[in-house]
Ligand binder design. Sequence first.
Ligand SMILES: [Zn+2]
Length: 267
Amino acid sequence: MSNQVILMSYTMYCADVATLEDFSKELPVGQLLERANRDRTPDLDEPTLIGGDIAVKPGADRNADPCTSTGCLWLKNADGNVYIPYYISNQYSSREAAIITRGLESFSSVSCIRFRPYQNGDHEWLSIESRNGCYSYVGRQGGAQTVSLARSGCLYHSTVQHELLHALGFNHEQTRSDRDSYIKVYWENIQDGMSYNFDIINTLNQGTPYDYNSVMQYEKYAFSKNNRPTMMPIPDPNVSFGQATQMSRNDIDRLNRLYQCCKYTVA
Ligand SMILES: [Zn+2]
């Protein structure tokens, strides 16, 4: 059996255990993120954002995927799971905290990612706070790293999953290294000074196909200055695009491959 076939068999196993709930009544994730971050006024201690909702440290190379250069993956436990501590700010009501917890727990049923509450002695963790807008750093940063889920606008299943996938190491689908084979970018429709949001990155595609309905894909009118589309699928402009309300099968597949979740589960 070739390596390719082995890879396919274990990732299929992972996808098979996924039971997806119905979030189709919520707005697509890209619309929610743009609406939440549109008129954002950051506090002085908040990070610069690129791509709409990706936090970057000062001096970071925007075009490099930090996961490929600095090893920003979370560490794997001997039992095969990846335990990631989190702390949820007490700013949230119990109903709001439940939305966040549901998002955190949604990774357990489809992957080896296990978010667990912060404990004394943890060296690195996600600090989930209601700051200005929705954002996350890409990958493990060391120490406490903020995942901002503003009470106003960011508390949806898709936005929680989206920001957590950033923290796990993923970038936006529209900045994938193979983007230009699947999407035409209409640069002339992009707001002035926003074209860097479409810079292609050396992303971690993990052999998975481009997915127009990835929870990491923004919608057609993202960062538009004139209500005309900034992105269209090619060659068929009418296929479903930017409609995700939760992680897609490809998102799950990619996650399982990046963290090698199921390597040892198939005989
Ligand atoms: Zn994002």
